[in-house]
Design a binder for this molecule. Structure first.
Ligand SMILES: [Zn+2]
Length: 753
C-alpha cells in the first residue's frame, strides 16, 4: 500500500514537472513551428469567400457592359473612341462613385512612372537614346478625355488621379441598380518597339506599314468587391489588371485594306471579308487536322504595297469577357483551324506578317489548338468560340481570346531551335492566360503569381504535350535553385504585390510554378493534385478568386494539410536544404547490449530477467568488435533462428528478412520544411527509394533520425536524387560524402559570398 502511494506520488511529480516544461517549450514552439496553421495569415472566411475556398452562397460580383466605337487612324497612329458604359451594381452596397482605369495615362506627359525609376548616367548613349532622354519632349500617350457625360447628355462630374478616374454619381447607386454613362477620348499610340509597352504598334521601314496590337485602349471599370472595396491601385506599368466581366459591343473602323482580329464574335463578316476569304474560312471550320490559309502570304505582300483611303468597320460581340483587345494591319497573313474541345468546336487563329514566316505558318495555330486542349484537360472546357495568336515583335501579352506573341526568324527566314521553342513557349503561355486570369479572373495588380505562376505551371504540361522533347526553360524546381539561394536582400516572398518585388520573372512566374510542380509531382501526387487544381479552376471560373481561395481549395479537395507548404514557399524567402549527416550500420544480436544492461538496472533487475529480446548493435561500437562480433552475428543466423522459432512456415513466407539496420540522421540547414526523398543504392547495384513526408520535421526542425532495415548492404545514399525539392546545396546530399573538388569549393564560396 505504502509502496504504491510513493510511486504514484513520484509519477504525479514527474508528470507535473514535465507538463510545466512542455507548456513552456510549446509556447515558444507555437510561434515558430513551420506546421502551424495558416489561419492567422489568411482573411477570415465569409459567405462570399468561404472556409472551403469556394465562392459562398452570398457571393456577388459587379457586371460592366461596354458599347464602344473606335477609329484606328493609321496615318497618325491614333485611336479615337466613344463608349457607353453600363455598370450593374450587384453588390449589397450603395455606391456614391465609380472608379475607372485610364491605363494609357501611364504614358501621359505628367506620368509619375518615369519619376519612380532609379537611374544613373550611362557610359555612353546612342544619339537617338540621348535625344529621347534629354532633348526631346517625352512621348505623350495619355488619354485625352473629350467628355464624360450622363446618359441624358449632361456633363458628369469626375476627377482624374493619374491612371484612375473617379466618376461622382449624382444619385447614389443602390444595390441591384445600374448606371450608364458615356466617355469620348483619343490617344497617341505608342511605338512599342521604341517606347516599350504591352500594346502599341511596330513600324516596318522596308514597306512603310504598321502592325497594331491594341489593348487598354478604352476607359474600363475598376473592380469593386467585398475583399478590397474599390481596387484602385495605380497602374505603374508593371503589375497588370483587375477587371469585371461584362458584355461588349465593339465597332472598329480601320483602313479598308486591313485585316483585323479581336476578342468576340465577328458579327458582320460578310461586310468585311472577301468572298474568297469567307470560302476559305468555311473550309477552316471543318479542318481539325491542319490550318487553312485565309489570307495568303502572297496576298498580304500585295496588300502591303497599297494604302486604302476608304475604311471599313469590324463589328464584334463578346459575352462574359473581362476585357477586349484587337490587332490590325494590312501586313497580315491569316490562318485558321478547328479544335474539338470535348465535342465543342473552337477556332484557332493566327495573324502574322511575312516576317514571322516560315515559323509562324508551321507552328502558331497548331500550338494554339494544342494549348486549348491541354488547359481544358487540367481545368475546364475552353468556353469561348475562338483563340487567336498574333505575331508581335518582343511582346508576350494576353487578352480574352487574343494574345500577342514574339518569335521572329532572321530576315533570310532561317531560325534557331531556341527561336522556335521560345516562340512556342510564349504562344502556349499567352493562350494559356485565357484560363488564368481571363476566365479564372484573379486580381493581377495585387497577386501576379495567381495568373503568371499558375499559368506558367500548366504551360509546362502543355509544352510537354505539344512536343515531348520541349526544352523546359522555367518553372521546374531545380531551375529555381539559383534564385532561392541568391542574395536574400534581393528576394521578396511570392505573396508580395507585384510592383514591389525584385526579380519579377523568378518571383511571379518561376517560383510559384516550381512550387506547384513540386506539389503535383512530389508532395501530393498527380491524382490528388489534379483533382484539387481542377476544383479550384471550376469553382472560380468567371469569378474573382483570392490567394486564400486557392490555398483553401487545394486542401479542401485533397485532405492534405499544406499550410506548411504555403507558409514556407509563398510567405517566406527561405530555401530548402536537407542533408544526410550520419549513417550508422547495426547488426542484430541476441546478446544483451550495454544499453540493455542499463535499462535492466533501471528496473532493478538483471539482464537475464529481461524478456527474450533481440538487440541492435552498431558496427562501430567497441561492443561489436569485442563481445558481440561472433559468427552468429556475421552470418545473420540469429534473426533466422528467431524467425524459425517464432513464426509458422506459412507465416515465414510473407516475412521480410532484413540483415542490416541503418540509423540515418538527416540534417536540415535550410529554412523550409520538405519531404525527405532518399535513394538507397545497394552493393549489388539495385536501388530503392523511400520518401518521408515533410511532417517528419514537425517536432525537430534541424535534425531527424530514422531506422531503415535492409536485406542488402547499402553502398550509397542520395537525398533528392532527381532534384525535385529545390535543394539549394547538394554537397550534403550523399553518403558517403562526395569528394568536393577545389572547383566545387570555389563555386560554393561564390554563391554564399
Ligand atoms: Zn504571363
Amino acid at each position: 500500500m505504502k509502496k504504491i502511494f510513493i510511486s504514484s506520488f513520484l509519477l504525479l511529480f514527474v508528470t507535473f514537472s514535465s507538463f510545466a516544461q512542455k507548456e513552456k517549450t510549446q509556447k515558444a514552439h507555437y510561434n515558430t513551428n513551420k506546421f502551424r496553421q495558416l489561419k492567422q495569415e489568411l482573411p477570415t472566411p465569409n459567405s462570399q469567400h468561404t472556409a472551403s475556398g469556394a465562392p459562398g452562397h452570398e457571393y456577388t460580383q459587379q457586371q460592366v457592359d461596354y458599347d464602344i466605337a473606335v477609329i484606328l487612324d493609321d496615318e497618325n497612329q491614333r485611336i479615337y473612341g466613344e463608349e457607353t458604359i453600363t455598370y450593374h451594381n450587384n453588390s449589397n452596397d450603395v455606391l456614391t462613385y465609380l472608379w475607372i482605369q485610364l491605363d494609357q495615362n501611364m504614358r501621359a506627359q505628367n506620368s509619375k512612372t518615369p519619376d519612380i525609376q532609379q537611374e544613373k548616367t550611362n557610359a555612353l548613349y546612342t544619339p537617338k537614346r540621348f535625344a529621347s532622354k534629354f532633348v526631346e519632349n517625352p512621348f505623350d500617350g495619355g488619354f485625352k478625355i473629350e467628355y464624360v457625360k450622363n446618359i441624358d447628355g449632361s456633363n458628369a462630374s469626375y476627377l482624374i488621379n493619374q491612371t484612375m478616374m473617379r466618376l461622382n454619381l449624382d444619385t447614389p447607386l443602390a444595390p441591384g441598380e445600374k448606371h450608364s454613362f458615356k466617355i469620348k477620348w483619343w490617344y497617341n499610340i505608342n511605338n512599342h518597339v521604341e517606347q516599350g509597352g504591352r500594346s502599341g504598334f511596330e513600324h516596318f521601314p522596308t514597306d512603310g506599314n504598321n502592325n497594331y496590337i491594341i489593348a487598354q485602349f478604352y476607359p474600363r471599370l475598376a473592380v469593386y468587391d467585398n475583399v478590397d472595396g474599390w481596387q484602385n491601385m495605380q497602374f505603374w506599368g508593371r503589375s497588370e489588371f483587375a477587371l469585371e466581366f461584362g458584355n461588349f459591343n465593339v465597332a472598329i473602323t480601320t483602313p479598308k485594306d486591313h485585316i483585323l482580329g479581336a476578342t468576340g464574335v465577328l458579327t458582320n463578316e460578310k461586310e468585311v471579308l472577301t468572298n474568297t476569304q469567307l470560302k476559305r474560312l468555311e473550309k477552316a471550320r471543318k479542318s481539325y487536322d491542319k490550318p487553312v490559309i485565309i489570307v495568303t502570304q502572297e496576298e498580304a505582300e500585295k496588300a502591303e504595297k497599297g494604302r486604302a483611303k476608304d475604311t471599313k468597320t469590324w463589328k464584334f460581340y463578346a459575352e462574359n469577357v473581362r476585357d477586349f483587345a484587337f490587332a490590325s494591319s494590312r501586313k497580315y497573313i491569316w490562318d485558321a483551324m478547328a479544335v474539338d474541345i470535348n465535342g465543342k468546336k473552337v477556332m484557332a487563329y493566327s495573324y502574322y506578317s511575312k516576317e514571322g514566316n516560315p515559323l509562324w505558318e508551321k507552328h502558331s495555330t497548331r500550338a494554339v489548338a494544342s494549348t486549348l486542349k491541354t488547359y481544358s484537360k487540367y481545368t475546364f472546357d475552353y468556353p469561348y468560340h475562338k483563340a487567336i495568336s498574333v505575331h508581335a515583335r518582343s511582346i508576350g501579352m494576353e487578352y480574352p481570346m487574343i494574345c500577342f506573341n514574339f518569335g521572329r526568324p532572321k530576315p533570310d527566314g532561317t531560325y534557331s531551335d531556341r527561336t522556335k521553342y521560345r516562340m512556342l513557349g510564349v504562344i502556349i503561355h499567352e493562350v494559356g492566360h485565357n484560363f488564368f486570369p481571363m476566365i479564372i479572373n484573379s486580381d493581377e495588380r495585387q497577386w501576379t503569381w495567381m495568373d503568371e505562376g499558375l499559368n506558367s505551371f500548366v504551360q509546362i504540361l502543355a509544352q510537354k504535350e505539344y512536343d515531348p522533347n520541349f526544352p523546359i526553360r522555367r518553372g521546374l524546381p531545380k531551375s529555381i535553385v539559383g534564385y532561392m539561394r541568391g542574395d536574400q536582400s534581393k528576394i521578396a516572398p511570392i505573396m508580395t504585390q507585384g510592383d514591389k518585388v525584385y526579380q519579377f520573372g523568378n518571383n511571379a512566374y518561376a517560383k510559384p510554378a516550381a512550387g506547384l510542380y513540386m506539389l503535383r509531382q512530389t508532395i501530393m501526387g498527380p491524382e490528388l493534385f489534379d483533382y484539387a487544381f481542377k476544383t479550384y479552376a471550376r469553382r472560380w471560373k468567371f469569378k474573382h478568386p483570392t490567394p486564400a481561395d486557392f490555398f483553401r481549395t487545394m486542401e479542401d479537395a485533397s485532405a492534405m494539410d499544406l499550410d506548411w507548404f504555403w507558409r514556407g514557399w509563398f510567405y517566406t524567402t527561405g530555401s530548402n536544404d536537407i542533408g544526410i549527416k550520419e549513417v550508422k550500420k547495426y547488426y542484430v544480436t541476441d546478446k544483451p547490449t550495454k544499453r540493455a544492461e542499463k535499462m535492466a538496472k533501471r528496473y532493478g533487475i538483471t539482464v537475464d530477467q529481461l524478456p527474450p529480446s533481440l538487440y541492435l548493435v552498431s558496427e562501430n561500437s567497441d561492443e561489436f568488435s569485442s563481445d558481440l562480433k561472433n559468427k552468429k552475428t556475421e552470418d545473420f543466423s540469429i534473426l533466422k533462428d528467431y524467425i524459425e522459432k517464432n513464426f509458422s512456415e506459412e507465416e515465414q513466407k510473407t516475412l521480410k528478412a532484413p540483415k542490416y539496420f541503418y540509423e540515418l540522421t538527416f540534417e536540415k540547414p535550410g529554412d523550409l520544411v520538405m519531404p525527405i526523398i532518399v535513394e538507397f543504392e545497394y552493393e549489388d547495384g539495385t536501388k530503392e527509394r523511400k520518401q518521408y513526408p515533410a511532417q517528419i520535421w514537425r517536432l525537430n526542425d534541424k535534425e531527424v533520425t530514422k531506422v531503415f532495415p535492409a536485406s542488402k548492404a547499402i553502398k550509397k545514399i542520395t537525398i533528392d536524387p532527381d532534384e525535385e525539392t529545390a535543394d539549394v546545396d547538394l554537397s550534403n546530399n550523399s553518403w558517403p560524402k562526395n569528394k568536393e573538388t577545389k572547383f566545387d569549393k570555389f563555386k560554393k564560396k561564390q554563391i554564399k559570398g
